[in-house]
Unconditional design. Structure first.
Length: 271
């Protein structure tokens, strides 16, 4: 092991890094709980921005919420940094290709969470952080479509997102997330509940990612960026389907379950 890897491993294993990373993971859970609330609002006819940015805006909508938003912003960045440390040297309780996949997943999660953290910082500071996830998705899709073979690239991107959705669904059904937890650290008989919450949460995320992939594929096949959409559009698309209120309510409860699961995972995640 070279000096850089050794330094990263000491950082990932240190009590301080563990504590800060776990606090950040709990903040990630808070975002999902608020996101679930916004999804329920959409299910019953509300027009809120039902994505991560909308969740952050909801958190900061009161005077106390502004303080909480700063805490969440710091926590998300810390969680992202912890994920980078995990990507560098973590998951030594598995080996081979499984460890590589987990480390790559941690790196990708770190990028997403840190971007979300900086969005929270901008909102807490009172500055705009751009449009909704759907607007940003449409802008990115438009740039891809303008490239040579742009529609093909968009469809490939849609296939990649569908792959993420399938991976989340498999992870939920097989409860692979439990591999990363120390069950002995969970109080009482809560392991069964943690398993149920994680499965429900990952399946809900799989549904949302699948809808995002479908919208992006439609945009690619039609060469129309306006048909693409992010999390906000995915949830509203679900709401527009037959029995959409019931369907989106189930997904919202799943997102809430993932939020609660994140608290348990923050408590019992392996070092």
């Amino acid at each position: 092991m070279n000096r850089t890897e050794a330094t990263a491993e000491r950082g990932e294993k240190s009590n301080t890094a563990q504590l800060l990373g776990r606090v950040g993971m709990a903040c990630y859970g808070v975002v999902h709980l608020v996101l679930a609330y916004l999804a329920l609002q959409v299910a019953f006819g509300g027009s809120e921005q039902a994505d991560q940015k909308g969740a952050l805006e909801q958190i900061g909508s009161t005077a106390f919420g502004q303080i909480l938003l700063w805490i969440v912003a710091i926590g998300l960045v810390l969680f992202g940094l912890w994920q980078f440390l995990m990507a560098a040297t973590g998951y030594d309780w598995v080996s081979g290709g499984k460890r590589t996949r987990k480390r790559l997943g941690a790196a990708a999660r770190g990028v997403v969470v840190i971007v979300l953290g900086f969005t929270a910082f901008r909102l807490a500071a009172g500055s705009s952080s751009g449009g909704s996830s759907s607007q940003k998705q449409q802008e990115a899709t438009g740039k891809l479509l303008s490239l040579p073979a742009g529609p093909v690239l968009v469809v490939i991107a849609a296939a990649a997102i569908l792959g993420v959705a399938i991976a989340a669904g498999v992870k939920g059904v097989k409860q692979k997330f439990l591999e990363d937890l120390n069950a002995s650290e969970l109080p009482g008989r809560s392991r069964r509940w943690v398993g149920w919450l994680g499965t429900t949460g990952y399946l809900a995320k799989a549904v949302v990612f699948t809808v995002v992939a479908i919208l992006l594929a439609i945009a690619g096949f039609n060469a129309d960026a306006h048909k693409a959409g992010g999390l906000d559009a995915a949830l509203k698309t679900l709401a527009a389907q037959p029995f959409g209120t019931v369907l989106l309510t189930v997904v919202a409860l799943g997102l809430a379950a993932f939020g609660v699961y994140s608290f348990a995972a923050a408590w019992a995640h392996k070092r």
